[in-house]
Design a protein. Structure first.
Length: 133
């Protein structure tokens, strides 16, 4: 019986060593990388993931977010910055958006600085907006 015990004890360190040589690292899976472009729509309680440089208007419409008032639905220019009906209010993350265009400066000259035209806005990081302010 001592032969059995000694062979069992001799094989244990070998098995233990093999397990120790292959460490198991447990990490919490992330749904999206920190700082990745995303658009949070407050009124709709919806968050949309976007590629860096994505157009805010297109991402909103692709995800069923209504940007337009009644008149804007009938008279919008289709995203060319000519009508000014896709106005949004940026609540957080203004630094993660493209700079205001000349078109925006003309259309929004009487509006606060945190108002943007969704069709002229490119998203480069996390941002929170209000639609139809």
């Amino acid at each position: 019986m001592s032969n059995l015990q000694s062979s069992e004890t001799e094989s244990l360190p070998t098995e233990g060593t093999a397990v120790e040589e292959t460490p198991v690292i447990m990490e919490k899976p992330q749904t999206k990388p920190a700082g990745s472009p995303s658009i949070k729509f407050l009124k709709e309680d919806k968050e949309v993931v976007a590629a860096s440089g994505a157009n805010l208007r297109l991402r909103a419409l692709e995800n069923g977010i209504d940007l337009y008032t009644f008149m804007g639905k009938m008279m919008n220019c289709g995203g060319y910055g000519q009508c000014g009906t896709c106005v949004i209010e940026v609540v957080e993350g203004m630094e993660n958006l493209s700079p205001r265009t000349d078109v925006e400066n003309r259309k929004l000259k009487k509006k606060p600085d945190n108002y943007r035209l969704a069709c002229q806005t490119l998203v480069n990081g996390p941002v929170t907006v209000n639609t139809k302010p």
